[in-house]
Design a protein around this ligand. Structure first.
Ligand SMILES: NC(=O)c1ccc[n+]([C@@H]2O[C@H](COP(=O)([O-])OP(=O)(O)OC[C@H]3O[C@@H](n4cnc5c(N)ncnc54)[C@H](O)[C@@H]3O)[C@@H](O)[C@H]2O)c1
Ligand SMILES: [Zn+2]
Length: 357
């Protein structure tokens, strides 16, 4: 990872993995997109209807492929529609795709670009908080299949990711708060100083103060970038990014709350488990709970614990009867515990509800 400043953007981070090199341009303006586009290539934009409505000045002048809004459109069928539109546009290896949108648009478009004609180059303009801090960094693209999230996909890096923080001003509150959960996650697993900062500046975070947003997004992206560089294909260290996600995914599927809300609940379960099983101080559990609540995120779920257990055991990350639980030893320090599903079945009830800490 190399840091590098320029007049054009506030902070650029180069992520180097086996696959390739990707530049994440934090604080860059979408008005500068042209500077990053390859010369003499046909540029095609993929976006969704919401984003297009807000940012016509960005998409006008390019051929645009529009996909549906919402997770139900993250399918192989949508990818087929994109292939068909690309064929209609005579797209070939000399074309370049720009996904303009949140995690969904970037995941679907990144996958379509990575597979159309065995792969054509692409870049992202990342428009949600969740996608700026998480989805657009790391090179995972894909779609849901057979009832499982992100079941079909590729590892392939975009050439650039423009993260224009001003675009977050048009984001609905619920989407903004959902993204905050991933920032708290990054702080909890790797960065005690960021955690302190979030506690001190929670109100300004909610007011979307530009310098505060810029600080917390940059810090989170650096954490993700470091982890991904060390372990692009999730053989070991990258698993820490799943903190709060093992049980969070189950809550998300079963209750239909947003990803961030589900991860928030999942982080609290993991924190209570950490306190009970690996010495995470109870004071740390309380700090996490207070921070999540101040940011407007839930800390418990009404989904019955038995349903969560059933769903978590079916998760594709389960490996022959074991689940890798990401636990905290302290704020900023993690431990991965390969835990038998039987043990999880026995113990989850103890840690599922806040009152049982
Ligand atoms: N590839 C990865 O590593 C990775 C990581 C985390 C999440 N994801 C994926 O990301 C997806 C969720 O991402 P998301 O939360 O960004 O969802 P999203 O792309 O569906 O965007 C959420 C909503 O916000 C709207 N929107 C986007 N930008 C806007 C803007 N600037 N102003 C106003 N409205 C805007 C969208 O139209 C949509 O309605 C999930 O499918 C998840 O699996 C991928
Ligand atoms: Zn997540």
């Amino acid at each position: 990872m190399h840091d590098n400043y320029s007049l054009y953007y506030m902070y650029a981070l180069k992520i180097c993995t086996d696959g390739a090199e990707s530049r994440v341009l934090l604080g860059e303006s979408f008005h500068h997109l042209g500077a990053y586009l390859p010369k003499n290539k046909q540029v095609i934009i993929i976006t969704d209807g919401n984003v297009r409505k807000h940012y016509r000045e960005l998409t006008d002048g390019f051929p645009v492929v529009e996909i549906g809004v919402g997770e139900q459109h993250k399918t192989v069928g949508t990818v087929e529609n994109i292939y068909a539109a690309l064929l209609d546009l005579n797209a070939d290896r000399n074309s370049f795709i720009v996904a303009v949108g949140g995690g969904l648009v970037c995941d679907v478009a990144g996958f379509a670009a990575s597979t159309y004609m065995r792969g054509i180059p692409f870049g992202f303009v990342s428009t949600t908080l969740l996608s700026q801090v998480d989805a657009s960094v790391g090179g995972k693209n894909g779609v849901n299949f057979g009832g499982y999230k992100n079941m079909v996909g590729t590892f392939n890096q975009p050439q650039f990711v423009i993260c224009d923080h001003d675009m977050l001003n048009t984001l609905p509150d619920a989407e903004f708060v959902s993204g905050l959960a991933e920032i708290v996650k990054a702080a909890a697993i790797r960065d005690a100083a960021l955690f302190d900062y979030l506690e001190k500046h929670a109100d300004e975070v909610l007011e979307r103060k530009p310098d505060v947003l810029s600080h917390i997004i940059t810090a989170s992206v650096k954490i993700k970038a470091q982890v991904v560089e060390n372990d692009e294909r999730e053989q070991g260290e990258r698993r820490i990014l799943n903190f709060g996600h093992t049980f969070g995914h189950a809550v998300e599927v079963l209750s239909g709350v947003s990803h961030g809300e589900a991860v928030s609940v999942g982080m609290m379960i993991a924190a209570r488990w950490s306190a009970g099983e690996c010495g995470f101080p109870l004071g740390g559990v309380q700090r996490l709970e207070q921070l999540l609540q101040r940011l407007g995120l839930p800390v418990i779920s009404a989904v019955p614990v038995d349903d969560v257990l059933q769903s978590a055991a079916k998760d594709k990350k389960k490996e022959s009867g074991f689940i890798h639980l990401v636990l905290l030893n302290d704020i900023g320090k993690t431990e991965i515990r390969k835990t038998a599903v039987d043990e999880i079945n026995r113990k989850l009830g103890n840690y599922y509800h806040a009152t049982q800490v």
